[in-house]
Design a protein around this ligand. Structure first.
Ligand code: IPM
Ligand code: MG
Length: 377
């Protein structure tokens, strides 16, 4: 019998992208050997690497490869200091990342935030440093709201005055489909045990924004279809504060695009390092397979790029999410998450999670961390 084959587009991008991607591929290969599926993995340039190779942040050949693939494993794009004269529409963030999200209808962005108990010291909050677990799933709507709403432009008003317009737009259908994702995820997490679970906290600004009123109304209605999941609503400003005061109250955070962008960075800080957090961006499933886009939550980190310093865990866990959602291999996903846990328990620390006074730990580079994780798969 031939092994089940999955076609993966690996787009490493800029900054630390290529070096963390290398480690993720190493770990994927280890999982492939252990679990007996086959990954047909093809690399292609994106971001500034795409501009350098083919004159565009998302070269046609790269887009064609993505279309022919089951999933995209993405590194990161954007180098703020490179060529400020390039038009904003052509910059990698918009021309590659946002374009891919829209092109593939990736409306559901899942960002699991987990504070590993061995890394509790890296959490900025005192109580959590003493070992209270943080385990939050941010479900962020990714193809609507202010990122894509029209009109979106800058107008010249004369007399040296200009006016910038961004528009927040959501339809009932867009809110419904992301709400279903959040409630289903909360239901699944409830079954997986642990502390009290099965709660969705829906974030909005219903006291001010029309969008917030509609959001709350639609989420409440969808929630009635999930009697086992508790629903609460929270204003976004309060949520930003509650995340700092008592993060353990949260299970699933359901957010529109911009609020989710902001709160997911805030939640990420609680885990100790942006270098630990993966993400999955999913569209509607078709024919039993879910096309997905998997990327670390952090950026290109140009200051440490090419120095074997970056933490590859976010990229490796993103690859694990790819196996879970797009390849339907929970076994391989679980093995990689366990392997990361073992590497951390064995004392391997990249600089971002290294504390010199922690006993039994060793500062390692990107490559050594990748090797350790691959060996534990
Ligand atoms: C993210 C990033 C992107 C976003 C940027 C790079 C366009 O911050 O994925 O959270 O704002 O969505
Ligand atoms: Mg962001």
């Amino acid at each position: 019998m031939t092994a089940e084959t999955f076609k993966i587009a690996a787009l490493a991008g800029d900054g630390i992208g290529p070096e963390v991607m290398r480690e993720a591929v190493k770990v994927l290969r280890a999982a492939e050997r252990k679990f007996g599926f086959a990954l047909d993995l093809t690399e292609a340039p994106v971001g500034w690497a795409g501009i350098d190779a083919a004159g565009r942040a998302l070269p046609d050949a790269t887009l064609a490869l993505c279309r022919a693939s089951d999933a995209i494993l993405f590194g990161s794009v954007g180098l703020p200091d490179r060529d400020p004269t390039i038009p904003k529409e052509e910059r990698p963030e918009r021309a590659a990342l946002l374009r891919l999200r829209k092109e593939f209808g990736l409306f559901a962005n899942l960002r699991p935030v987990l504070l590993w108990k061995e890394l509790a010291h890296a959490c900025p909050l005192a109580k959590e440093r003493q070992g209270q677990g943080i385990d939050i799933l941010v479900v962020r709507e990714l193809t609507g709201g202010m990122y894509f709403g029209q009109p979106k432009r800058t107008e010249d008003l004369g007399h040296g005055q200009r006016r910038a317009i961004d528009t927040m737009v959501y339809t009932t259908a867009e809110i419904e489909r992301i709400a279903h994702v959040a409630f289903r995820a909360a239901g699944k997490r409830a079954q997986s045990g642990g502390r009290p679970r099965g709660k969705v906290t829906s974030i909005d600004k219903a006291n001010v924004l029309e969008n917030g009123v509609l959001w709350r109304e639609v989420v409440t209605r969808v929630g009635q279809q999930y009697p086992d999941v508790t629903l609460e609503h929270m204003f976004v400003d309060n949520a930003a504060m509650q995340l700092m005061l008592r993060p353990t109250q949260f299970d699933v955070l359901l957010c529109e695009n911009l609020f989710g962008d902001i709160l997911s960075d805030e939640a990420a800080a609680l885990a100790g390092s942006l270098g630990l957090l993966p993400s999955a961006s999913l569209g509607a499933s078709a024919g039993g397979r879910t096309f997905g886009f998997y990327e670390p939550a952090g950026g290109t980190a140009p200051d440490i790029a090419g120095k074997n310093l970056a933490n590859p865990i976010a990229q490796i866990l993103s690859a694990a999410l790819l196996l879970l959602y797009s390849c339907n291999r929970p076994d391989a996903h679980h093995a990689i998450v366990q392997a990361v846990g073992k590497a951390i328990a064995a004392g391997h620390r990249t600089g971002d999670i290294f504390a010199p006074n922690e006993p039994g730990v060793r500062r390692v580079g990107t490559r050594e961390m990748g090797n350790a994780i691959a060996s534990f798969v």
